[in-house]
Design a protein around this ligand. Structure first.
Ligand SMILES: *Cc1c(COP(=O)(O)O)cnc(C)c1O
Length: 433
């Protein structure tokens, strides 16, 4: 398989697509064709890593990594992604729980797979020479997942840039508790300043070459591929029991997770409807309604990891499916306000006794707003993107309960933290490399 830019240009190898992050023409790398599977192709494969190994085989074919693929999947995808059925719902409602990884958000899936894959590429010695330095700008969840995934991986070093004073206390802990090969820097400014700094570092040819700078941001194709695998596992599980396809509701920001669901459906997995839930950043629903792509600056909401006004992965979705008219046949999108989020967190707790994070709540809010006839029509799955304990300062006061962090997160919260605070200037990063 080769990888091409959404804007044309020459095809590159999997290794090049992963190590370079974005295409030289500014586009995003996509597979040159998506393989199509019969459900029977997955017979006998029941675990996350076994399903992933089969699904990703064509994407690794012809690369130096193809024989390593089973090992990469076993190493990176080593935590459960259970499909949890909720009792007492009309026709069947399940939650796909993607928060059982080390930093309690679905970003662990992509980050761990990318880290394992990059290390294997470095060990091959053909495409890049260690040590490499991964720079990641984060508004909260991505930086923790990437730091955790690369922590103590040989030949790698990570620089995490986060906006000082603008992430939740638990998120900050996850960004700053690593040490070893992880450097944590609080930047005086906003997320956009962190992103600008990261881009400036990559654009500085001398700095970039001297430190072998790499990007681990969410548009790296190495993060997207493994995300299609949990949609495969979940939809196959239901299909094997009932012969039915499933509908998915995906909390959406930069549209990586939603795109992975569309990829899984396009590859023949038993997925029927796909609905994106956004917060008050409504660029995607507005586009589907009007046909005009009109990105705007992001707005701060309770579901902060979805505060994206210009979702990058729309470029990939349009490359695959076409424009708004064509897209409307495949996906829908509905916005959710902060008031809806608060109300949904309370309602779902009253209904099922489960506390959901604000991002997951957008998915439930969209499900509850569907017409009853549609809710009765088939098996719906709400995708749970993070554990509520990560967003304790929002969820605990709403429910007046204490939410116990899952064991991995609890362990991290005991680690001491360490970080430097810097001005938003490239020289400040350079000094610390
Ligand atoms: C990143 C994130 C999202 C948004 O996912 P995208 O792939 O950017 O659409 C949703 N929920 C949580 C908890 C996240 O960390």
């Amino acid at each position: 398989m080769k990888y091409i830019s959404t804007r044309g240009g020459d095809a590159v190898s999997l290794e090049q697509a992963i190590m370079s992050g974005t295409a030289p023409d500014g586009g995003l790398f996509v597979p040159d064709a998506l393989p199509v599977f019969e459900c029977a192709a997955f017979d006998g494969r029941n675990s996350f890593s076994d399903v992933a190994t089969r699904l990703l085989e064509p994407f690794f074919a012809g690369s130096s990594l193809s024989e390593h693929l089973p090992g990469l999947c076993a190493d990176a995808l080593n935590f459960p992604v259970p499909l949890h059925r909720l009792e007492g719902e009309v026709n069947g409602l399940s939650v796909l729980e993607l928060f059982h990884g080390p930093t309690a958000a679905f970003k662990d899936v992509g980050a761990r797979f990318l880290a394992a894959t990059m290390v294997a590429i470095l060990e091959g010695g053909q495409y890049a020479r260690p040590p490499v330095t991964i720079i990641v700008a984060t508004s909260g969840d991505t930086g923790g997942a990437v730091a955790a995934a690369f922590h103590r991986r040989p030949g790698t070093r990570v620089v995490v840039l986060f906006p000082a004073g603008r992430v939740s206390p638990r998120q900050q802990h996850q960004l700053t508790c690593w040490g070893d090969n992880v450097i944590s820097l609080a930047v005086r400014g906003e997320f956009d300043d962190c992103q600008r700094l990261a881009k400036a570092a990559f654009a500085d040819r001398d700095l970039s070459a001297r430190h072998h700078l790499c990007s681990a941001n969410s548009i790296n194709v190495g993060r997207l591929l493994p995300q299609a695998c949990y949609y495969a596992l979940a939809s196959l599980g239901h299909y094997r029991r009932t012969g039915e396809a499933s509908h998915f509701i995906v909390p959406t920001g930069n549209l990586g997770n939603g795109l992975a669901c569309v990829w899984a459906k396009s590859m023949g997995l038993p997925i029927d409807r796909i609905v994106f839930a956004t917060n008050a950043n409504t660029t995607i629903p507005d586009f589907l309604a009007s046909g005009e792509w009109a990105p705007v600056p992001s707005r701060a909401t309770l579901a902060s990891a979805m505060d994206v006004g210009d979702p990058s992965n729309m470029e990939r979705l349009r490359a695959l499916c076409g424009d708004a008219d064509a897209l409307r046949d495949i996906v829908r999108a509905y916005p959710v306000t902060d008031d809806n989020i608060r109300e949904t967190i309370r309602d779902e707790y009253a209904r099922h006794g489960s506390a959901w994070c604000p991002h997951t709540a957008t998915g439930f809010s969209v499900y509850r707003a569907l017409p009853e006839a549609e809710r009765r029509d088939g098996h719906w799955v709400v995708v749970a993107t993070a554990h509520a304990a990560k967003f304790d300062t929002i969820v605990e006061p709403l429910l007046d309960i204490r939410i116990e962090p899952p064991p991995d997160l609890a362990a991290l919260l005991d680690w001491p933290t360490q970080f430097d605070t810097i001005d938003a200037q490239l020289s400040e990063i350079e000094r610390r490399l």
